[in-house]
Design a protein around this ligand. Structure first.
Ligand code: TIU
Length: 225
């Protein structure tokens, strides 16, 4: 059942059955004090506005039985998957923090915030880089599930969200980015990153809001039931 959502640069058409909700890196290390975001010198409270709208979208996606994918940026405990070029500009990766070793898998800070904790059966994808397709099995998983469209959310807008949308667009996935479900340590980067996605006729995808998406979803799902 095709659903149409108002978006930029024009309506976004998708079928919930072949669409995945992708929630990027809503990890304590980015959203809470003492982690990676703080170590980079950022005000992590700037990301918190994305949590509530994302909770609503996640609850609806669960109700509809949509595919849900949570990603986490981080590294193996021995950091063998952390490129020296990345470590050189983030020497605190792997160091101790109040929430465990920064950006290391298995540590408390590396995990997803309680408000958006993955439910059993939802896919949790660990990635060593900014993009969700780099050195992961995401493309294989999406193709196996028959996914054609991605509703993309999370943090940060201009880093991991943008990189993932660019990667997905090049692989043929149609991406809707929910602006209120993303966040950045730099409000101006958030704004411009979103504009870049929808510019030039939607050069990377579409940009919309969670309220527009949620308004359209139940109607069409009920009609198709
Ligand atoms: N997840 C993600 O965006 N990783 C980052 O390092 N983001 C920054 O904005 N630094």
């Amino acid at each position: 059942m095709t659903t149409l959502v108002p978006a930029k640069p024009g309506p976004y058409a998708f079928d919930p059955e072949s669409t995945a909700l992708v929630i990027i890196d809503m990890q304590r290390d980015f959203l809470e004090p003492g982690g990676f975001g703080s170590a980079l010198g950022n005000d992590v409270s700037l990301l918190s506005s994305a949590v509530e709208p994302l909770q609503r979208v996640l609850a609806t996606a669960r109700e509809l039985g949509m595919t849900i994918i949570h990603t986490r940026e981080g590294h193996r405990p021995d950091m063998s998957d952390c490129p020296p070029a990345k470590f050189a500009r983030g020497e605190f990766i792997g160091t101790d923090s109040p929430k465990g070793r920064i950006l290391i898998r298995g540590e408390y800070g590396h995990d997803i915030v309680d408000e958006l904790a993955p439910a059993p059966g939802e896919i949790v994808l660990d990635k060593p880089g900014k993009g969700s397709f780099c050195a992961t099995d995401l493309d294989l998983i999406l193709r196996n599930l028959g996914i054609k469209s991605l509703i993309v959310t999370g943090v940060t807008t201009e880093v991991c969200v943008h990189t993932t949308v660019r990667e997905a667009n090049d692989r043929g996935y149609e991406c809707l980015v929910l602006e209120d479900c993303c966040g950045s340590y730099f409000p101006e980067f958030h704004e411009v990153a979103l504009r870049m996605i929808a510019a030039q006729g939607g050069i990377f995808g579409w940009v919309g809001t969670s309220s527009d998406l949620l308004e359209m979803l139940p109607v069409n799902v009920a009609a198709g039931a």
